[in-house]
Design a protein around this ligand. Structure first.
Ligand code: SF4
Length: 438
């Protein structure tokens, strides 16, 4: 049994009857606010109407036409603040349509039945290099193949799918499901994969520009940020993203997990909230969220924090970690914090210790500034600056996903990858190529 399989889906799949009944509740609004709330602008009333007429294949096609990552987005999207949150039923004081669940119903059937909807276009003999193998690059590569361009995806890791494979909370989606989606996207054919290759080290930018007509950057964010305080190098203090990746890759045994009795997660964003819920789901008795501001100022989704509290997660708000304390055997035993006042100033004498066998730091991720600088691209604190179509500050370079939006959802990455693919196609059709400059 894998560690991931410990988790059940927190939102179980709908039955045929449930999906049919829910689809028939939809009002099929003409100026549907749910569409505007979706970054990929899926025609939601259309795909729901098709479920209501039992045209599930047509429904799935409507979804994938807009969002090739529609299967995973159905599971991982924060629908409460996107499509479901915008449903008109919210104003009618009735439960909103369960759009994510209906999307899952249709896309799961497409995967189960092996329906294929898309083919590569006739070859244009143009080549695009995509750096990073996450959702943005996959969405871009798929769209570029539909135009007939050849694609090569580079990633310094061996795993495809980026954070969708390594970072999604297992109660939303497990890694094997994410990998199934990668295979589904790649089944369009003509997307070459070069993993274990770091651009700028194993292959130079000059080599890429000589061989490829355009470049799409979808390399995501860097390593977990650190606090720089005493005891941080203890092995039981880890970045949250790194720890979740190892957990999902089955690098921890059930015995490893069973030894964690007290866990502390530091941060107030969505990674922190995923981490506390995952630790609780793994059976850790006491999980405490430490955040330097108060509850209302957390950047993580309110519905996730509400669920975490119901699951028994504790909190220490307006609290600043000072150091990690080890026991005589050199193992982490506690986090020492100091309370902060309303102006976030430390309160004298308020030092307190929280027992901990594990600490996860969810205080942000670093940026790939070295690569961005070597490419000579404009950025803002390591976040690539692009126009609305994903065009970077240099001709022939486009970007999408976390490296260009600073860290958003899979659905944003999918939308940005597809949009950039359309812009690359336009640019190539105007006769441009990076190769021309070499
Ligand atoms: Fe259906 Fe709600 Fe969208 Fe209207 S807003 S089309 S009721 S899902």
């Amino acid at each position: 049994m894998t560690i991931e399989s410990t988790f059940k889906d927190y939102k179980p799949a709908m039955s045929d009857q449930q999906a049919y009944a829910e689809a028939n509740r939809c009002l099929y609004c003409s100026d549907a606010p749910c569409i505007n709330a979706c970054p990929t602008e899926i025609n939601i009333p259309e795909f729901i109407r098709k479920i209501s007429t039992k045209n599930i294949k047509g429904s799935a096609k409507t979804i994938f036409d807009s969002n090739i990552l529609g299967m995973s987005c159905a599971r991982v999207c924060p629908v409460e603040v996107l499509c479901v949150g915008a449903c008109v039923y919210n104003n009618l004081k009735s439960p909103p349509i369960q759009i994510g669940q209906l999307q899952r119903y249709a896309t799961d059937q497409a995967f189960a039945q092996g329906w294929k909807f898309f083919e590569a276009g006739p070859s244009t003999h143009k080549k695009i290099a995509l750096i990073g193998a996450g959702p943005a690059s996959l969405a871009a590569a798929h769209q570029l193949r539909r135009y007939g361009h050849e694609c090569t995806i580079f990633d310094y890791k061996q795993t495809l799918g980026g954070l969708n494979t390594t970072g999604i909370a297992p109660y939303k989606m497990k890694s094997d499901r994410a990998m199934e989606e990668v295979d589904w996207i790649l089944s369009i054919g003509g997307i070459e994969i070069k993993t274990g290759i770091e651009v700028g080290k194993d292959i130079s930018i000059e080599e890429i520009e000589k061989e490829y007509d355009a470049v799409f950057l979808g390399f995501g964010l860097g390593l977990d940020s650190r606090l720089g305080i005493q005891g941080e190098k203890l092995p039981q203090v880890s970045g949250a993203v790194a720890w979740i990746e190892k957990m999902k890759a089955h690098q921890y045994t059930a015995q490893d997990i069973a030894q964690i009795k007290h866990a502390v997660v530091i941060g107030g964003g969505n990674t922190a909230l995923d981490a506390v819920r995952e630790l609780k789901g793994l059976g850790v008795t006491e999980v405490t969220l430490v955040y330097r501001r108060n509850e209302d100022k957390m950047s993580g989704y309110a519905h996730e924090w509400k669920a975490a509290k119901i699951e028994g997660v504790k909190s220490d708000f307006q609290s600043l970690p000072l150091r990690f304390i080890e026991n005589e055997q050199g193992h982490l035993k506690a986090v020492e914090c100091i309370s902060l006042d309303e102006k976030l100033a430390p309160i004298d004498g308020s030092q307190h210790q929280i027992p901990a066998d594990l600490v996860l730091l969810a205080v942000g991720q670093g940026k790939s500034e070295a690569l961005i600088q070597s490419l000579g691209l404009t950025h803002n604190k390591g976040v690539l600056q692009t126009d609305a179509q994903g065009k970077c500050s240099r001709e022939g370079y486009y970007a999408g996903g976390d490296c260009a939006n600073g860290g958003k959802e899979v659905v944003n990455a999918s939308a940005e990858g597809k949009r950039a693919a359309q812009a690359i196609n336009d640019w190539l059709n105007q006769g441009h190529s990076l190769k021309a400059s070499h």
